[in-house]
Design a protein around this ligand. Structure first.
Ligand code: GLV
Length: 312
Protein backbone atom coordinates (compact mmCIF):
# COMPACT_ATOMS: atom_id res chain seq x y z
CA UNK A 1 0.00 0.00 0.00
CA UNK A 2 1.25 3.49 -0.85
CA UNK A 3 2.79 5.54 1.98
CA UNK A 4 1.28 8.93 2.74
CA UNK A 5 3.70 11.82 3.10
CA UNK A 6 2.79 15.33 4.14
CA UNK A 7 5.07 18.06 2.77
CA UNK A 8 4.55 20.94 5.18
CA UNK A 9 6.78 23.88 4.31
CA UNK A 10 6.43 27.05 2.21
CA UNK A 11 4.76 27.14 -1.22
CA UNK A 12 8.05 27.98 -2.85
CA UNK A 13 9.71 25.04 -1.06
CA UNK A 14 7.05 22.80 -2.57
CA UNK A 15 7.64 24.16 -6.07
CA UNK A 16 11.36 23.46 -5.73
CA UNK A 17 11.05 20.08 -4.02
CA UNK A 18 8.14 18.46 -5.84
CA UNK A 19 9.99 17.13 -8.93
CA UNK A 20 13.07 16.06 -6.96
CA UNK A 21 11.12 14.35 -4.21
CA UNK A 22 9.00 12.45 -6.65
CA UNK A 23 11.98 11.18 -8.60
CA UNK A 24 14.03 10.41 -5.47
CA UNK A 25 11.15 8.33 -4.05
CA UNK A 26 10.84 6.48 -7.38
CA UNK A 27 14.60 5.83 -7.44
CA UNK A 28 14.33 4.26 -3.99
CA UNK A 29 11.34 2.16 -5.18
CA UNK A 30 9.00 3.88 -2.73
CA UNK A 31 5.32 3.97 -3.58
CA UNK A 32 4.10 7.17 -1.92
CA UNK A 33 1.50 9.87 -2.24
CA UNK A 34 2.69 13.35 -1.26
CA UNK A 35 0.16 15.93 -0.02
CA UNK A 36 0.68 19.51 1.05
CA UNK A 37 -2.48 19.79 3.18
CA UNK A 38 -3.02 17.84 6.41
CA UNK A 39 -6.68 17.10 5.66
CA UNK A 40 -6.65 13.61 7.15
CA UNK A 41 -3.77 13.74 9.70
CA UNK A 42 -4.27 10.17 10.90
CA UNK A 43 -3.43 8.89 7.40
CA UNK A 44 0.13 10.25 7.21
CA UNK A 45 3.16 8.03 7.67
CA UNK A 46 5.79 10.78 7.41
CA UNK A 47 5.88 14.57 7.63
CA UNK A 48 8.51 16.68 5.87
CA UNK A 49 8.58 19.93 7.82
CA UNK A 50 10.28 23.32 7.80
CA UNK A 51 9.90 26.30 10.14
CA UNK A 52 7.87 28.00 7.36
CA UNK A 53 5.10 25.48 8.04
CA UNK A 54 2.10 26.54 10.14
CA UNK A 55 1.85 22.97 11.44
CA UNK A 56 2.62 22.83 15.18
CA UNK A 57 0.23 20.26 16.59
CA UNK A 58 1.34 16.74 15.71
CA UNK A 59 -1.05 15.02 18.13
CA UNK A 60 -3.69 14.23 15.44
CA UNK A 61 -1.00 12.44 13.37
CA UNK A 62 -1.70 9.15 15.07
CA UNK A 63 -0.08 6.94 12.42
CA UNK A 64 3.14 8.92 12.06
CA UNK A 65 6.49 7.09 11.84
CA UNK A 66 8.88 10.08 11.70
CA UNK A 67 9.26 13.77 10.92
CA UNK A 68 11.99 14.96 8.56
CA UNK A 69 13.18 18.51 9.15
CA UNK A 70 14.21 20.36 6.00
CA UNK A 71 16.54 22.39 8.20
CA UNK A 72 19.72 21.25 9.86
CA UNK A 73 18.91 23.36 12.94
CA UNK A 74 15.86 22.10 14.83
CA UNK A 75 15.58 24.63 17.65
CA UNK A 76 12.16 25.78 16.39
CA UNK A 77 10.63 22.32 16.73
CA UNK A 78 12.69 20.48 19.32
CA UNK A 79 10.58 21.60 22.27
CA UNK A 80 7.27 20.68 20.61
CA UNK A 81 5.74 18.26 23.12
CA UNK A 82 3.12 17.01 20.63
CA UNK A 83 5.88 15.11 18.77
CA UNK A 84 6.00 11.47 19.84
CA UNK A 85 8.02 10.05 16.92
CA UNK A 86 11.66 10.41 15.82
CA UNK A 87 12.55 13.82 14.39
CA UNK A 88 15.38 13.75 11.85
CA UNK A 89 17.69 16.71 11.32
CA UNK A 90 18.56 17.49 7.73
CA UNK A 91 22.01 16.29 6.86
CA UNK A 92 22.29 17.19 3.21
CA UNK A 93 25.53 16.93 1.21
CA UNK A 94 24.46 20.04 -0.75
CA UNK A 95 23.93 22.05 2.45
CA UNK A 96 27.24 20.84 3.88
CA UNK A 97 29.16 21.73 0.73
CA UNK A 98 27.46 25.15 0.60
CA UNK A 99 28.52 25.81 4.20
CA UNK A 100 32.09 24.71 3.53
CA UNK A 101 32.31 27.08 0.56
CA UNK A 102 30.80 30.02 2.46
CA UNK A 103 32.90 29.54 5.60
CA UNK A 104 36.14 29.03 3.64
CA UNK A 105 35.32 32.15 1.60
CA UNK A 106 34.77 34.27 4.71
CA UNK A 107 37.84 32.88 6.47
CA UNK A 108 40.04 33.52 3.41
CA UNK A 109 38.63 37.04 3.12
CA UNK A 110 39.86 37.92 6.61
CA UNK A 111 43.01 35.80 6.45
CA UNK A 112 44.12 37.56 3.25
CA UNK A 113 42.91 41.00 4.39
CA UNK A 114 40.96 41.37 1.16
CA UNK A 115 38.69 44.16 2.47
CA UNK A 116 41.61 46.55 2.62
CA UNK A 117 42.05 46.38 -1.14
CA UNK A 118 38.42 45.90 -2.15
CA UNK A 119 37.16 48.83 -0.07
CA UNK A 120 40.08 51.22 -0.55
CA UNK A 121 40.91 51.30 -4.26
CA UNK A 122 42.17 54.87 -4.11
CA UNK A 123 45.44 55.06 -6.02
CA UNK A 124 47.64 54.11 -3.05
CA UNK A 125 49.93 51.11 -3.59
CA UNK A 126 49.68 49.37 -0.21
CA UNK A 127 52.39 46.78 -0.51
CA UNK A 128 52.70 46.24 3.22
CA UNK A 129 50.99 43.85 5.57
CA UNK A 130 51.56 40.69 3.57
CA UNK A 131 49.38 38.02 5.22
CA UNK A 132 50.98 34.98 6.84
CA UNK A 133 50.50 31.64 5.19
CA UNK A 134 47.57 29.55 6.40
CA UNK A 135 49.94 27.32 8.38
CA UNK A 136 50.60 30.30 10.65
CA UNK A 137 46.94 31.22 11.17
CA UNK A 138 44.82 29.79 13.97
CA UNK A 139 41.17 29.16 13.23
CA UNK A 140 38.63 28.07 15.86
CA UNK A 141 35.28 26.51 15.13
CA UNK A 142 32.63 26.30 17.85
CA UNK A 143 30.52 23.30 16.85
CA UNK A 144 32.13 20.26 15.25
CA UNK A 145 29.01 18.49 14.00
CA UNK A 146 28.21 17.71 10.36
CA UNK A 147 28.77 21.30 9.25
CA UNK A 148 31.50 22.40 11.65
CA UNK A 149 33.40 19.15 11.10
CA UNK A 150 33.29 19.53 7.31
CA UNK A 151 34.43 23.17 7.54
CA UNK A 152 37.22 22.21 9.95
CA UNK A 153 38.48 19.59 7.54
CA UNK A 154 38.32 21.88 4.50
CA UNK A 155 40.16 24.67 6.33
CA UNK A 156 42.76 22.23 7.62
CA UNK A 157 43.29 20.99 4.05
CA UNK A 158 43.98 24.59 3.03
CA UNK A 159 46.75 24.47 5.61
CA UNK A 160 45.20 26.42 8.52
CA UNK A 161 45.79 25.41 12.13
CA UNK A 162 42.26 24.38 13.02
CA UNK A 163 40.77 23.62 16.42
CA UNK A 164 37.15 22.82 17.07
CA UNK A 165 35.09 22.85 20.24
CA UNK A 166 32.02 20.69 20.82
CA UNK A 167 29.91 18.96 23.43
CA UNK A 168 31.62 15.62 22.97
CA UNK A 169 35.10 14.87 21.55
CA UNK A 170 35.17 14.51 17.76
CA UNK A 171 37.60 12.86 15.42
CA UNK A 172 38.14 15.35 12.61
CA UNK A 173 41.25 14.57 10.56
CA UNK A 174 43.89 17.33 10.81
CA UNK A 175 41.93 19.40 13.36
CA UNK A 176 42.16 19.28 17.13
CA UNK A 177 39.01 18.62 19.11
CA UNK A 178 38.39 20.47 22.37
CA UNK A 179 35.56 20.10 24.87
CA UNK A 180 34.40 21.48 28.18
CA UNK A 181 34.97 24.88 29.81
CA UNK A 182 38.78 24.58 29.59
CA UNK A 183 38.59 23.71 25.91
CA UNK A 184 36.36 26.71 25.33
CA UNK A 185 38.84 29.03 27.08
CA UNK A 186 41.68 27.64 25.00
CA UNK A 187 39.91 28.05 21.69
CA UNK A 188 38.69 31.55 22.54
CA UNK A 189 42.18 32.63 23.59
CA UNK A 190 44.02 31.24 20.58
CA UNK A 191 41.70 31.77 17.58
CA UNK A 192 42.46 34.63 15.22
CA UNK A 193 39.30 33.79 13.30
CA UNK A 194 36.42 32.21 15.24
CA UNK A 195 33.58 30.51 13.38
CA UNK A 196 30.27 29.73 15.12
CA UNK A 197 28.48 26.62 13.91
CA UNK A 198 26.83 25.43 17.10
CA UNK A 199 23.22 24.33 17.35
CA UNK A 200 21.07 26.70 19.40
CA UNK A 201 20.18 25.13 22.75
CA UNK A 202 19.69 26.60 26.24
CA UNK A 203 23.38 25.74 26.83
CA UNK A 204 24.72 27.56 23.75
CA UNK A 205 22.45 30.63 23.76
CA UNK A 206 24.62 33.74 24.31
CA UNK A 207 27.79 31.64 24.37
CA UNK A 208 29.46 34.73 22.91
CA UNK A 209 28.87 37.02 25.87
CA UNK A 210 30.79 39.57 27.94
CA UNK A 211 32.96 36.92 29.63
CA UNK A 212 33.74 34.86 26.56
CA UNK A 213 34.49 37.91 24.40
CA UNK A 214 36.91 39.12 27.08
CA UNK A 215 38.71 35.77 26.80
CA UNK A 216 39.06 36.05 23.01
CA UNK A 217 42.31 37.00 21.38
CA UNK A 218 42.29 40.78 20.86
CA UNK A 219 41.46 41.79 17.29
CA UNK A 220 39.95 38.42 16.34
CA UNK A 221 37.44 38.05 13.53
CA UNK A 222 34.08 36.47 14.29
CA UNK A 223 31.99 34.58 11.74
CA UNK A 224 28.51 33.39 12.71
CA UNK A 225 26.83 30.86 10.44
CA UNK A 226 25.07 29.01 13.29
CA UNK A 227 22.24 30.92 14.92
CA UNK A 228 21.84 34.59 15.86
CA UNK A 229 21.09 33.92 19.51
CA UNK A 230 24.56 32.38 20.05
CA UNK A 231 25.74 35.99 20.40
CA UNK A 232 24.75 38.72 22.83
CA UNK A 233 24.25 41.49 20.24
CA UNK A 234 24.93 44.44 22.55
CA UNK A 235 28.12 42.92 23.87
CA UNK A 236 29.27 42.30 20.30
CA UNK A 237 28.64 45.93 19.34
CA UNK A 238 30.72 47.11 22.31
CA UNK A 239 33.53 44.65 21.51
CA UNK A 240 33.67 45.92 17.91
CA UNK A 241 33.80 49.50 19.13
CA UNK A 242 36.66 48.77 21.53
CA UNK A 243 38.62 46.76 18.96
CA UNK A 244 38.44 43.55 21.01
CA UNK A 245 36.80 42.08 17.90
CA UNK A 246 38.04 43.43 14.57
CA UNK A 247 35.07 42.43 12.44
CA UNK A 248 31.99 40.23 12.58
CA UNK A 249 30.47 38.52 9.57
CA UNK A 250 26.95 37.50 10.51
CA UNK A 251 24.66 35.32 8.45
CA UNK A 252 22.09 34.60 11.18
CA UNK A 253 20.18 36.88 13.54
CA UNK A 254 17.78 36.81 16.45
CA UNK A 255 15.17 38.32 14.18
CA UNK A 256 15.13 37.40 10.49
CA UNK A 257 14.91 39.18 8.15
CA UNK A 258 17.16 41.56 10.13
CA UNK A 259 15.02 44.74 10.58
CA UNK A 260 16.22 47.58 8.33
CA UNK A 261 16.82 49.86 11.34
CA UNK A 262 18.98 47.34 13.20
CA UNK A 263 22.38 48.84 14.13
CA UNK A 264 24.23 45.90 12.53
CA UNK A 265 23.39 47.18 9.03
CA UNK A 266 25.17 50.51 9.46
CA UNK A 267 28.21 49.20 11.34
CA UNK A 268 31.29 49.20 9.10
CA UNK A 269 32.80 46.43 11.23
CA UNK A 270 29.88 44.09 10.56
CA UNK A 271 29.07 42.26 7.36
CA UNK A 272 25.44 41.14 7.17
CA UNK A 273 24.51 38.29 4.87
CA UNK A 274 20.87 37.15 4.63
CA UNK A 275 20.93 33.63 6.15
CA UNK A 276 22.32 32.27 2.93
CA UNK A 277 25.53 30.61 4.11
CA UNK A 278 24.02 27.23 3.41
CA UNK A 279 20.67 26.26 2.00
CA UNK A 280 19.21 22.78 1.99
CA UNK A 281 19.37 21.77 -1.69
CA UNK A 282 16.13 20.18 -2.93
CA UNK A 283 17.85 17.67 -5.20
CA UNK A 284 20.32 16.20 -2.71
CA UNK A 285 18.05 16.50 0.33
CA UNK A 286 15.19 14.73 -1.51
CA UNK A 287 17.56 11.80 -1.88
CA UNK A 288 18.40 12.00 1.81
CA UNK A 289 14.70 11.87 2.74
CA UNK A 290 13.92 9.07 0.29
CA UNK A 291 16.95 7.18 1.63
CA UNK A 292 15.62 7.57 5.17
CA UNK A 293 12.19 6.23 4.18
CA UNK A 294 13.86 3.33 2.39
CA UNK A 295 15.79 2.57 5.60
CA UNK A 296 12.52 2.57 7.55
CA UNK A 297 10.90 0.25 4.99
CA UNK A 298 13.91 -2.08 5.27
CA UNK A 299 13.68 -2.12 9.06
CA UNK A 300 16.91 -0.13 9.54
CA UNK A 301 17.24 2.69 12.08
CA UNK A 302 16.65 6.23 10.85
CA UNK A 303 19.71 8.48 10.75
CA UNK A 304 20.35 11.91 12.29
CA UNK A 305 17.53 11.59 14.77
CA UNK A 306 17.29 14.35 17.34
CA UNK A 307 18.56 13.49 20.78
CA UNK A 308 15.78 15.10 22.81
CA UNK A 309 17.88 15.36 25.94
CA UNK A 310 20.59 17.49 24.28
CA UNK A 311 18.15 19.34 21.99
CA UNK A 312 19.68 18.69 18.54
C1 GLV B 1 19.44 26.58 8.20
O1 GLV B 1 19.81 27.48 8.91
C2 GLV B 1 19.30 25.22 8.64
O2 GLV B 1 19.24 24.99 9.84
O3 GLV B 1 19.26 24.33 7.79
Amino acid sequence: MALNILFSASESDWRHYQPHLQSALAEHFIDAKISTLPNDPGAFDFVIWSPASPLQDFAPFTNLKAIFSLWAGVEKVVRNSSIKVPLCRMVDPGLTQGMVEWVCGQVLRHHLGLDRHILQQDGIWRHDNIPPLAKDRKIGILGLGELGGACAQALARLGFQVAGWSNSPKNVPLASSLTGPDGLETILAQSEILVLLLPLTPGTENIINKDSIAKMRRGAFLINAGRGALIDDNVLLKALESGQIAHATLDVFRQEPLPSNHPFWANAKITVTPHMAAETRPESSSHTIAGQIRRWLDGKPLQHTVNWSVGY
